[in-house]
Design a protein around this ligand. Structure first.
Ligand code: ASP
Length: 412
């Protein structure tokens, strides 16, 4: 466990790193010295690179092992079915909450989007098809790799999960000759867990460096202009993260939400600092297995899937953002269109890669499905850094709560 034997627990060290990073970054921002952030930013980049370095082998080995070692297709079906139910259910709840709040607060009314332009990375992503079905097809086809080695080298986590799930299922059909591959995967997995243990020790310094960089370069004007939009998203994230998920955890997971949140703190604060559920995954696994004592066999299956497909915060943001843009253009969305918002925001969050700003690319799918202009995305992108940090923390919190709940309902 990455908790110092003596001295301050790791979650407090990380919290202090975050607070100092925000404070120091803000000081540099306000005194016009933001270029000085370059002295500490490499600490954050090193931390991020180390996490990214282990993510692909860790995901590949754990998903493969989880499926191969469960052995029975029937058990796997139960685990998969319950995981799916929890993930889709909570994401739908988050999208509905976003839709409710954006209709209540109406942050888009009176906002001028005339100067806003579609960001280049959204245009070049290919996610801008017109229509609902084309958008959905894009999401599902992009989950399947045509070349697993390319998926590996390009860091396409969801494609690797699909490939490894497939291989893991095949182990029970192949039998004896697949055994060496299973022990090889076990070795890789153990190595990656040890690596996470070590990387987590530098997390407090890493998050400090990352946050100094983010806050020092933050332009405060867009934050003020889009205050109501940000407030709507943040309120939704707070309700989902601090009320809905803790209630589910308490009722179905039979765990004390405060204790569990304390166990998950290193993962949540890392997610907040690096805006990527995938890069946070090694730490999330360490927290769930070592600190919260959830069964490894369950966590190895549920968490990698969750990190890549379960994004409650992203679904909530996409619902708010889509209706915000409609409001700004003075377009009244019918009841049917609001249902399309919920369905597409949920599916688009599933299709979003677990990396910074990915929710923005799939937001283009939601807008296309509703026939809304994509130009509004440019304005929203200006404030997305902060929202991405918060929604990624909620995404990881949702995965962790899901692991605690689902693992109770499946005997492995
Ligand atoms: N950054 C988010 C995550 O990794 C995805 C997104 O909403 O952009 O969970």
């Amino acid at each position: 466990m990455a908790q110092s034997r003596k001295g301050m627990p790791i979650h407090w060290q990380i919290m202090i790193g975050i607070l100092l990073g925000i404070g120091f970054g803000f000081y540099l921002n306000q005194t016009g010295l933001s270029s000085w952030a370059a002295f500490v930013e490499p600490l954050g980049q090193l931390f991020l690179k180390l996490l990214k370095m282990i993510i692909m082998p860790l995901v590949a080995a754990s998903v493969f092992l989880a499926v191969a070692e469960i052995g029975s297709i029937e058990k796997l079906g139960k685990l998969g079915g319950r995981t799916f139910l929890y993930y889709v259910g909570t994401t739908l709840v988050a999208a509905c909450l976003g839709l409710f709040l954006v209709n209540l607060i109406q942050p888009g009314v009176g906002v001028d989007l005339a100067m806003s332009q579609t960001p280049d990375f959204v245009l070049s992503s290919g996610a801008t098809q017109k229509g609902f079905w084309e958008g959905m097809l894009y999401i599902f086809l992009s989950m399947v790799p045509s070349n697993p080695f390319a998926a590996f080298s390009e860091g396409k986590v969801l494609q690797i999960i699909v490939f490894m799930l497939f291989l893991g299922v095949l182990v029970s059909f192949v039998g004896q000759s697949a055994k060496p591959i299973v022990s090889f995967a076990r070795g890789i997995n153990d190595l990656m867990f040890k690596a996470t243990d070590i990387i987590m020790k530098i997390a407090p310094i890493g998050v400090f460096g990352l946050l100094v960089g983010v806050v020092a370069h933050l332009g405060l004007d867009p934050l003020l202009n889009l205050g109501k939009y940000m407030l709507t998203v943040l309120l939704g994230l707070a309700i989902h993260g601090m009320i809905t998920l803790p209630i589910l955890l308490y009722v179905f997971g039979k765990r004390n939400p405060l204790e569990f949140a304390k166990d998950m703190m290193p993962a949540l604060s890392t997610a907040f600092s690096i805006s990527s559920s995938a890069a946070t995954l090694p730490i999330t696994m360490e927290c769930v297995i070592d600190r919260a004592k959830i069964k490894k066999e369950a966590a190895e299956f549920i968490l990698p899937l969750g990190a890549t497909v379960n994004m409650d915060g992203t679904a909530l943001l996409e619902a708010v953002a889509a209706v915000f843009i409609a409001q700004a253009y003075g377009i009244d969305l019918s009841l049917g269109a609001q249902v399309v918002v919920i369905v597409t925001a949920t599916l688009a969050s599933i299709g979003a890669a677990a990396i910074p700003s990915a929710g923005f690319i799939t937001l283009a799918i939601v807008l296309s499905a509703l026939g809304l202009p994509l130009e509004g995305l440019g304005l929203l992108l200006a404030v997305d850094r902060v929202l991405d940090m918060c929604r990624t923390a909620v995404n990881v919190w949702g995965d962790s709560v899901g692991t605690a709940i689902v693992s109770r309902y499946v005997k492995l």
